[in-house]
Structure formats: structure tokens, C-alpha cells
Design a protein around this ligand. Structure first.
Ligand SMILES: Nc1ncnc2c1ncn2[C@@H]1O[C@H](COP(=O)(O)OP(=O)(O)OP(=O)(O)O)[C@@H](O)[C@H]1O
Length: 254
């Protein structure tokens, strides 16, 4: 599980807003085809870290290096979908290809395939206002996967959805991740979701957030794994300069 090649390296990332230091130093690597849940208390800096990885925020310190994927980049999916309301599903998914200079026929074909991959082949002509929340988020996912990114960053992608839709989309995501083979970072507040979908969990903690635990999830008792993660988060909540709770790459085998 931990054997894939490194596709992204975050080295000593740090960031603050005004005089307030939020993050860092934070270092980790992402490997090919692994699904990593990024968890931690509210306000710890998960979204900030994700935005730094996506290149949307320039960190005060440290570097993010993407390696060895022949130009393939990073795609991000936001909690609120961020679709263009004036473009139908098909044209929303085509958008990144359009700005990447891909010709019309090719981008139509690729967007159709991506919509089919998220189960929305029949809804290509519908506009965001005509889609349910779960369908909108699937369009946003299709728009991310259509570029065949090396790394896909998902910021609480299911948080705005009702429980039943959320559960459905979790199933869908788990199948999709297995097909895609890119590295995925999933920010979630829901530790059950983290344990259900991820191969590995990074726990952020401390008042200037660092990776306080980096754990591979072995299949096993998921309820016990959730409890262990809760415990780790509680141990590190608001503690300044807390060292790692366990060695990077250890397994959570509960
Ligand atoms: N643009 C900004 N300007 C000032 N402070 C900010 C800005 N963005 C985030 N912050 C602050 O940085 C801290 C980390 O925010 P961030 O959104 O990264 O946390 P989070 O772990 O994702 O939180 P949540 O789980 O509640 O979504 C918070 O205290 C937040 O108020």
C-alpha cells in the first residue's frame, strides 16, 4: 500500500494570515494511486494546506513539488461545487480542456467520457440549477478527472449533501478512486468517511498545524480506527509544538 512512487512532495510548508501563524512546518509525500484523508479539528488549517498544494495560496515558507507525471497537474474539487451556472454539465466539464487549448471535438469526447465515469451520461445537457446537490458534485468531480490529474484534491466534497446522498456518493467515490489511479487528498470532518474511503490518514494538529500522525489504514475494525483517530486529534488539539504521535507510515491496525 505504501509502495507507490512519489507524485507530490510537500517540504516544510508554513503559512500565516497577518501576524497569526496557522500552519507548519508541514512535510509529507503523496504516492501514486493512494487515497489520503486529511483530518484535524475545525480551523486547524486543512483547507489552507489544500489550497497551498493546489497553488491557490503561496505559502510563507516551504515548497510543493510535483514529480514525474509528464505535465499532468493538480485538480481541486470544492465543497460548494463552484460550477458555472450558465454552462450545462457537458460545458462545465469541458472548461479546463478549453482553457488548456484542447480542440472542440476532442474535449467533447473527453467530457462525455468523464460524465459517464461519474454516472451522469444522461444529464450532460442539464444546467447546474436543474441538478441535485449530489449531481452537481459529480459534475465537479467529472471536471476534475477530465484533465487526468496526477493529484486530485477534494475539500469536504460531500459536506453540503444530505446523509443519504452523502452515503451514495461515498460508494461512488470509492469505486472512482480505484479506477482513477491518481493520488487523492480528501479533507473531511467525518472520521467514518475518512476510514471508509482512505488508504492513509494525515492528522493535522497543534496551534501552528503540523502532521501529528501519518497512518496507513489496514482493513479491520473501522469503528475502533475512528476512535483511535478521535483520540489522536484530542491529544493534539491546540498543543503548540506537539511532536508526532507516531512514526510516519505506521499502520492503524485496530
Ligand atoms: N484568508 C484568510 N484570512 C485570514 N484568516 C484566514 C484566512 N483563511 C483562513 N483563515 C484562518 O486560518 C485558520 C485555518 O483555516 P482553514 O480554513 O484552513 O481551517 P480548516 O481546518 O480547513 O477548518 P474547517 O475544518 O473549519 O473547515 C482559521 O483560523 C481561519 O480563520
Amino acid at each position: 500500500m505504501s509502495g507507490g512512487r512519489c507524485v507530490l512532495r510537500a517540504a516544510a510548508l508554513s503559512h500565516g494570515f497577518g501576524a497569526r501563524r496557522i500552519l507548519g512546518p508541514c512535510s509529507f509525500e503523496l504516492r501514486d494511486a493512494e487515497v489520503v484523508a486529511l483530518v484535524g479539528p475545525s480551523g486547524v488549517g486543512k483547507t489552507t494546506l489544500l489550497r497551498i498544494l493546489a497553488g491557490l495560496i503561496r505559502p510563507d515558507g516551504g515548497t510543493v513539488t510535483l514529480s514525474g507525471h509528464g505535465g499532468q497537474g493538480i485538480a481541486m474539487v470544492f465543497q460548494d461545487y463552484a460550477l458555472f451556472p450558465w454552462r450545462n454539465a457537458q460545458r462545465n466539464v469541458e472548461y479546463p480542456l478549453q482553457i488548456g487549448g484542447i480542440g472542440r471535438a476532442a474535449r467533447r469526447e473527453l467530457a462525455r467520457a468523464a460524465l459517464a465515469q461519474v454516472g451522469l451520461a444522461a444529464s450532460a445537457d442539464l444546467y447546474p440549477a436543474q441538478l441535485s446537490g449530489g449531481m452537481r458534485q459529480r459534475v465537479a468531480l467529472a471536471r476534475a478527472i477530465v484533465t487526468r490529474p496526477a493529484v486530485m484534491l477534494l475539500d469536504e466534497p460531500l459536506a453540503a449533501l444530505d446523509q443519504a446522498t452523502r452515503r451514495q456518493l461515498q460508494d461512488h467515490l470509492s469505486g472512482l478512486f480505484a479506477q482513477l489511479g491518481c493520488a487523492v487528498v480528501l479533507v473531511t470532518h467525518d472520521l467514518h468517511e475518512a476510514v471508509r474511503l482512505a488508504d492513509r490518514v494525515l492528522v493535522l494538529g497543534g496551534s501552528s498545524a503540523t502532521v501529528v500522525a501519518d497512518l496507513y489504514l489496514e482493513s479491520g475494525n473501522s469503528a475502533a480506527q475512528v476512535m483511535l483517530l478521535q483520540k489522536l486529534m484530542a491529544q493534539h488539539a491546540g498543543r503548540e509544538g506537539a511532536g508526532p504521535a507516531c512514526a510516519p507510515g505506521a499502520s492503524l491496525t485496530a
